[in-house]
Design a protein around this ligand. Structure first.
Ligand SMILES: C[S@@+](CC[C@H](N)C(=O)[O-])C[C@H]1O[C@@H](n2cnc3c(N)ncnc32)[C@H](O)[C@@H]1O
Length: 401
């Protein structure tokens, strides 16, 4: 019998066998369990529970029938508030472990812990549509994902009518429950609009070509309207995105020059443009940049300049005299030369948004030499998965006299 001490970064229970750390799937702190080792490496074991001897009072019955096989939700066996506590503790530990101090912390919970995702990406293998099993290429056929918006789930049963045999299908849904279907396959598909009359289908894109309707839709958040192309990034949780917008709005200075680095379709730059004198946005995906240019006009702003460039190639070529800098990078975080340039910019404030706490902490360690972290936000963008969105508000340290 083994006792689980705590959860690891991914939500697995931790126990020790002969001193070796062992990660146990679907096991919670304080539980006593019998386990079976599923993988044994030099430094650690992975294991599964064979028998629960003592069950945590925090455990609940997962609502999703695919919980134990699909890698999407790692925390559905915990009560929602305990999943948020888990994320708060893991971020606090990560910051503490890296000696990164912050003055205050706020946790922002999800509005709806289920049915919040506005996008899911499915695999198709031999006509079966679903997700891969965790850490494998074995498909789990699904016709309902509890994390996805209802409008997406209402679309899932209709997808087999497309006759895709092998490939992938992404379904995106907006504030108005309109649906975009994006298919990648070498198969000859059949598309009949009448098969989809029960949903608000606005576009179907096959191998980057529009075969029905439009290759974009509009999102509406906090009174802003955004054109979003089928392949442009948009945050997957509209409620948490609206909170990010509020934080940006409340924390930027008036009448400033702002850099919006990794701008996507221009959401954060647009929020900034309401307060700023001038915004420069940098994004490398052409469709997102074209959406951004369209969105600037749509939202009647005229103080934003958009550069369609790889940030790492352009940042040393622009005048970096910004007062405020917004950084919202992909999971890989900021690149080293970008960090150096930003450090030397002497911007008063930096707002760093991140979906990868590891690269956030790596970059903050460098920024920390000149910036203090006034506030750390932990936002539950990805409820019931181990993923966390963080936001940090940094300000330039005043030189010591
Ligand atoms: C996390 S998203 C943020 C987008 C936007 N700020 C938002 O909130 O919707 C990161 C964005 O960076 C873009 N990107 C990734 N690598 C890049 C690079 N090297 N240079 C410029 N943009 C990049 C991606 O295309 C994506 O739009």
């Amino acid at each position: 019998m083994n006792e689980i001490n705590k959860l690891d970064y991914y939500g697995r229970g931790i126990t020790y066998i002969d001193g070796k750390i062992t990660f146990v799937k679907n096991a919670l702190p304080s539980e006593k369990v019998d386990i079976k080792i599923t993988k044994s490496l030099k430094k650690y074991n992975e294991a599964e529970v064979t028998k629960y001897i003592n069950i945590s009072d925090k455990r609940i019955k997962p609502r999703c029938p695919y919980f134990n096989t699909c890698g999407g939700c790692n925390l559905e066996h915990l009560k929602y508030l305990d999943t948020v506590n888990f994320k708060e503790n893991k971020i606090k530990e990560l910051f503490c472990h890296n000696n990164i101090e912050y003055k205050s912390l706020e946790v922002i919970k999800n509005e709806k812990d289920f049915n919040y995702r506005n996008k899911i990406s499915l695999k198709v293998i031999n006509k079966e549509i679903g997700f891969y099993e965790e850490k494998s290429h074995k498909l789990i056929k699904i016709n309902n994902c509890l994390l996805a918006k209802e409008s997406i789930n209402n679309t899932l049963d209709l997808l087999e009518k497309l006759n895709v045999i092998n490939g992938s299908i992404t379904v995106r849904s907006n504030y108005n429950d309109e649906i975009l279907i994006i298919i990648n396959t070498e198969d000859k598909i059949t598309f009949n609009k009448d098969d989809f009359i029960s949903i608000k289908l606005v576009g179907v894109v096959l191998n980057n070509k529009t075969i029905y309707g439009n290759n974009f839709f509009y999102e509406r958040i906090n009174g802003f309207l955004f054109k979003v192309s089928f392949n442009a990034f948009f945050q997957i949780n509209n409620y948490i995105t609206s909170k990010i917008f509020d934080i940006i709005k409340d924390n930027l200075d008036e009448n400033t020059k702002v850099l919006d680095l990794y701008s996507g379709v221009g959401t954060l730059g647009l929020i900034a443009s309401k307060k700023a004198k001038k915004v420069i946005s940098i994004e490398k995906i052409k469709n997102a940049v074209l959406d951004n240019i369209f969105n600037i006009k749509l939202n009647k702003q005229n103080n934003i300049e958009v550069l369609c460039k790889d940030a790492s190639k352009v940042i040393n070529k622009i005048n970096i005299d910004f007062d405020n800098i917004i950084i919202d990078p992909p999971r890989s975080g900021l690149f080293k030369s970008g960090l150096d340039i930003i450090l030397n910019s002497n911007a008063n404030k930096i707002i760093y948004i991140s979906c990868n706490p590891d690269t956030l902490v790596r970059d903050l360690k460098i920024l920390n030499s000149k910036y203090i972290i006034n506030k750390l936000y932990i936002l539950d963008m990805f409820s019931y998965s181990y993923h966390v969105e963080c936001m940090t508000l940094l300000s330039l340290k005043t030189p010591e006299k």
